[in-house]
Design a protein around this ligand. Structure first.
Ligand code: B16
Ligand code: MG
Length: 221
């Protein structure tokens, strides 16, 4: 049975801004240092995956084992590279259509949530000057299971005070789309159909998001 659309929950990296490129650069610097092959194709697998899970995927391609302490240190090193790279982020780094979509949701009186597993999400949102649009921002530090687990989307819906069935999730990563579907929300994928095949709808960018069409197809009018 269809529900009314009451909230839209966004992923951050790769949806509202292209920090995915900075994550790639941070991991690339670390992988080079460790002598582990890493390229953009390998980086695709890390999109939407939390920091330690990303590191583990990179280390699988090397031939050394690391203690948990060493891994924590490597995560910190990557995060230091990343924090340096995101220092320059500003409003200009919003992806096309992002601010218009946020404005339109406000006009429609729909709630807006953020479900990013990035522990740097608050900093990035502040730098992009979009913090005031959000009714709830999930705190990645308090999420036990990263995407593809639905925990972060369910937490966000709870934080917004809206049933999952009345939320729409927007994601750029396959793991994120899986998390949205696992939380019983309609999923809009931003990117390529081949990668986001589990999404209900795949768009090239936020500029193509049409809420009248989405409501007509998936929600109660
Ligand atoms: P951090 P999202 C995710 O953000 C990124 O897609 C992923 O590449 C990154 O490893 C993860 O955040 C953790 O980020 O190291 O800053 O805590 O796509 O969920 O907004
Ligand atoms: Mg993402």
């Amino acid at each position: 049975m269809k529900s009314e659309l009451k909230a839209v929950i966004f992923d951050l990296d790769g949806v509202l801004t292209d920090t995915a490129e900075y994550h790639y650069k941070g991991w690339k610097m670390l992988a080079d240092q460790l002598g582990i092959p890493f390229d953009k194709e390998a980086n695709e697998e890390l999109k939407g995956i939390d920091r330690l899970a990303s590191l583990n995927k990179i280390l699988e391609k090397g031939n050394k084992t690391y203690t948990e302490e060493e891994k924590a240190q490597l995560c910190n090193t990557k995060n230091d590279y990343y924090k340096e790279l995101i220092k320059s982020i500003c409003e200009k780094d919003l992806l096309p259509g992002a601010e218009n979509v946020l404005k339109e949701l406000k006009r429609r009186n729909l709630k807006i949530g953020l479900a990013s597993v990035s522990k740097n999400a608050f900093t990035v949102v502040e730098s992009l000057k979009i913090a005031e649009y959000f009714d709830y921002i999930a705190d990645a530090a308090k999420i036990a299971k990263g995407k593809p687990d639905p925990e972060i989307f369910i937490t966000c819906a709870n934080g917004l005070g809206v049933e999952c069935e009345s939320c729409l999730g927007v994601e750029d990563a396959a793991a994120g789309v899986e998390a949205i579907k696992g939380s019983n929300m309609i999923a809009v994928g931003i990117g390529e159909k081949e990668i986001l095949s589990n999404a209900d709808m795949v768009l090239g960018s936020l500029e193509d998001l049409n809420f009248d069409e989405i409501i007509a197809e998936y929600y109660l009018k």
